[in-house]
Structure formats: structure tokens, C-alpha cells
Design a protein around this ligand. Structure first.
Ligand code: ZN
Length: 216
């Protein structure tokens, strides 16, 4: 560990977001809490014409779910720090090696302005850049504000995201292999819709990665 980091840890000890046990900034989760939600998998029904599939690192449960909710709805921007450790433990980065462009699911301009940030950028950007992926926070644009997905049933989710995404001006997608990133995968409607837009514009392949999912 670097001396600067060691000193910071000493002065401001980092605690496990689940149980409060003193841990370290680079490895905030303790093993006991991690065990309650850690569940890396390729989601069983995530494959479609547009999307190769979607991996998830964790179950959307317990302390991890709380962290995501705090980050999204309670303005707890510093919760972003608990995610790089999880991404670093993801066991199949080798399978994603050819996907060199990392694209987050965007928020609508209105929602991004009210929240102040896209939680995906806080969750993924530092880690993606550390492993050499090109991370473009503005590759996709979300055209209209949509209701919070969690308030809607399956049918409504599909209607809700239809035509919601466009590729930003000046971005070229032809032949690219894209890793599409989202915080939570629920029904997959959002990710499929974004993937469809990328494929329509000529992306060679789109693979998904979500930090958490309630799907199996
Ligand atoms: Zn813990």
C-alpha cells in the first residue's frame, strides 16, 4: 500500500458500509458482508438479438442495495467509493477483454441536473479507466425523462424506455465492441433498448455489465 494512503487510512479510518467494521479505503467491504450479496454471474435470460448478454457482480440485496439507493436518491456521492473493490473482484474480465469502449446508461439531462451526477460514472469510471477501457460518460444521450423504473411493472418498463436513447453527436460506433454499464439490471428493458440503438448504428457487439441484479 502507498504511504499516503496508509496515512489517510490512519487519520480517517474507512469502515465497511455493511457493518461499520474498520477496513481500508481500497477494500472497504469486510468478507462477512460481502458474502451476503456477492454473486457474480451471467444473467440467465439476458441474451437477446441486440445484447450478447449481461453479467452482474452482486445480488441487489442488503447493504449493497442500501449503498446504491443512497448514491441514487440520497445524494451520498461518496458511496461511489465502495464499488471499485467489487469490480476488481469480478472474475471474468478476460471474457470482456475485447470490449474496449465502456458506455454507461445515461440519465436524462433533467434528472442528471437534479441529481448532480450519473451514479454509473461514480460506480464504474475510475475502475474502467484503471484497467484501460475507454470510458465515455456522454456516448449515449437519454432523450426524455422517464419515470423511475422501480415504480413500474414489466410492460410499463418496456413502453417507458422505447426510443429513449440516442448516440451523441460526433460519436462513431461502427464496428465497435461496447461494454454497456448500468448500476442495477431489473428486467433488462433499459439495457436492451440502449443496446438496440448502438447496434442499429453499427456497433459490432454489445455486452452488458451491472453491478447488481435481482434477476437470476
Ligand atoms: Zn461488514
Amino acid at each position: 500500500m502507498k504511504w499516503g494512503q496508509a496515512l489517510l487510512d490512519l487519520l480517517f479510518p474507512c469502515c465497511c458500509p455493511g457493518c461499520g467494521k474498520v477496513t481500508g479505503a481500497e477494500r472497504p467491504w469486510c468478507e462477512d458482508c460481502l458474502r451476503t450479496f456477492w454473486d457474480p454471474r451471467l444473467l440467465s435470460r439476458s441474451h437477446s438479438r441486440e445484447l450478447e448478454g449481461c453479467y452482474a457482480c452482486c445480488r441487489y440485496a442488503g447493504a449493497l442495495r442500501s449503498c446504491i439507493i443512497q448514491l441514487k436518491y440520497n445524494g451520498r456521492k461518496n458511496r461511489g467509493r465502495v464499488f471499485p473493490m467489487l469490480l476488481a473482484r469480478f472474475p471474468w474480465w478476460d471474457r470482456l477483454a475485447s470490449y474496449d469502449l465502456a458506455v454507461p446508461i445515461p440519465l436524462s439531462a433533467a434528472r442528471k441536473e437534479s441529481r448532480g451526477y450519473n451514479q454509473c460514472d461514480l460506480i464504474f469510471q475510475p475502475y474502467m479507466e484503471s484497467i484501460g477501457k475507454f470510458y465515455d460518460p456522454d456516448f449515449l444521450v437519454r432523450l426524455r425523462d422517464t419515470k423511475t423504473q422501480s415504480e413500474l411493472d414489466r410492460e410499463a418498463r418496456l413502453r417507458n424506455v422505447k426510443g429513449a436513447f440516442h448516440i451523441n453527436r460526433g460519436r462513431s460506433v461502427k464496428g465497435r465492441r461496447i461494454l454497456l454499464l448500468d448500476d442495477v439490471y431489473t428486467t433488462g428493458a433499459t439495457m436492451r433498448e440502449a443496446a438496440q440503438e448502438l447496434r442499429r448504428a453499427g456497433a459490432a457487439s454489445v455486452m452488458g455489465l451491472a453491478v447488481a441484479s435481482g434477476a437470476i
